[in-house]
Ligand binder design. Structure first.
Ligand SMILES: NC(=O)c1ccc[n+]([C@@H]2O[C@H](COP(=O)([O-])OP(=O)(O)OC[C@H]3O[C@@H](n4cnc5c(N)ncnc54)[C@H](O)[C@@H]3O)[C@@H](O)[C@H]2O)c1
Length: 385
């Protein structure tokens, strides 16, 4: 099957590499010639490194490279069985692209969007045959991150969704099914990892390095919340937080923070600008963590309880199955354990009591425990997968 990718930026280029590695002929289109040239030269370097490390043969690298055609005309997509759009995050521009595509591809071609924050239903509304549209959400970098969220639009046909999922499964990705709601699974459930960490810091309970230390050493996460947001870039991370907050009709649980907003306003975007929560300038002194086990445990319990609450509430609202919710967090953002499994291991009652204490202390809606947890405590139930 021929695959079309619209947008040769970070995501489109990565997805093209994945599809080509799986043996497809790939047409990669961008309105900017420079983007295509950059994508091609970056892929060459990536493939050379993979050969160097012995991950692929010279022959395979040559196949992957030659299977991708960098095109400046969308008409080349006429025989594609699947087209994935990965252009800028702008609804009007995306809608126009899908309208154009519909005039080019065959009737049975699946049209997918890699959007992180727009509703798939709104994108599907731009075409005549809206049942052929589906969300296929890869994670960055697409060749390395195993998770792909499959998001049916209100209008999608079941057959198209099954077909799309089977194609992505055949690319050796781990697919999960998510409802068309803000942030899908990962970008919704992960919010407290950043938000609650910042809140703890703002309250003065602990400083940035101490919270990062606790989350890594005691929580078992690969990176601390502040290191991670410095790495992602505060412009990117803040926009996701703000979008999820707005899209949830301003649910206080997702409220962005002033600390991160000020970093963005000050141009302290993280590693890429040399300064974020940490200072990356040569010779800069960052404070050492206070390695207090009791404090560290309190920090981890508070953030993990908030994460579990998000996952439990997503299950309560049928956003995804328990199995997919746990897969999404381990395969999409490398959490050490699925959050619902974590709840079982910690004890549902302990999770609920931690949240209830926070709720009673702060009297803020942000800390309301999910009814799912409350009911589970009453019945003694555990999460099942
Ligand atoms: N970067 C991430 O971490 C990430 C992760 C998952 C999903 N996404 C989503 O993937 C999409 C792309 O993100 P990205 O980070 O690759 O962006 P990017 O800025 O790196 O690349 C976007 C590319 O689209 C091209 N483009 C813009 N308008 C176009 C048009 N009308 N037709 C064809 N090409 C056009 C641009 O020239 C650019 O090369 C967005 O919807 C984003 O929300 C991003």
């Amino acid at each position: 099957m021929e695959i079309g990718i619209v947008g040769a930026g970070a995501m489109g280029s990565g997805i093209a590499q994945v599809a080509s590695t799986a043996g497809h002929k790939v047409f990669l289109f961008d309105t900017r010639k420079e983007a295509l040239e950059l994508s091609e030269s970056k892929l060459k370097k990536v493939l050379a490194r993979l050969v160097e490390k012995g991950r692929i043969t010279d022959e395979k690298a040559a196949d992957i490279a030659s299977n991708i055609l960098y095109v400046e005309n969308l008409d080349t997509f006429s025989n594609c069985g699947l087209v994935i759009e990965a252009i800028i995050e702008n609804l009007d521009v995306k809608k126009q692209v899908f309208k154009n595509l519909e005039g080019i591809v065959a009737g049975d071609c699946i049209l997918a969007s890699n959007t992180s924050s727009l509703s798939i239903a709104s994108i599907a509304a731009s075409v005549e045959k809206s049942e052929r549209i589906v969300g296929i959400h890869f994670f960055n970098p697409a060749p390395l991150m195993p998770l792909v969220e499959i998001i049916p639009a209100l209008q999608s046909s079941e057959e198209i969704v099954l077909k799309a999922r089977a194609i992505i499964d055949s690319w050796k990705k781990v697919t999960v099914l998510a409802k068309d709601t803000p942030g899908f699974i990962v970008n919704r459930v992960a919010r407290p990892f950043y938000g609650e960490a910042i809140r703890i810091m703002e309250e003065g309970v602990a400083d940035v390095p101490t919270i990062d230390w606790a989350m890594k050493e005691i929580g078992g996460f690969r990176m601390g919340p502040f290191e991670l947001t410095d790495f992602i870039g505060h412009d990117v991370n803040y926009v996701v937080t703000e979008t999820v907050f707005k899209e949830f009709f301003y649910d206080p649980r997702y409220k962005p923070s002033f600390s991160q907003k000020r970093l963005v306003e000050a141009g302290r975007l993280g590693r890429k600008t040399g300064h974020g929560f940490y200072n990356y300038a040569e010779g800069a002194m960052n404070p050492e963590p206070k390695k207090d086990e009791v404090l560290g445990r309190q920090i981890v319990d508070r953030i993990v309880a908030m994460l579990i609450n998000e996952a439990a509430d997503a299950l309560f609202l049928n956003i995804a199955t328990a199995k997919d919710l746990d897969l999404a967090m381990t395969k999409g953002v490398n959490y050490p354990k699925g959050l619902l499994q974590w709840a079982n291991d910690w004890g549902i009652e302990n999770v609920y009591n931690t949240l209830r204490d926070l709720y009673d202390t702060y009297c803020e809606d942000r800390y309301r425990p999910s009814p799912k947890l409350k009911r589970m405590v009453a019945t003694g139930e555990q999460f099942t997968f």
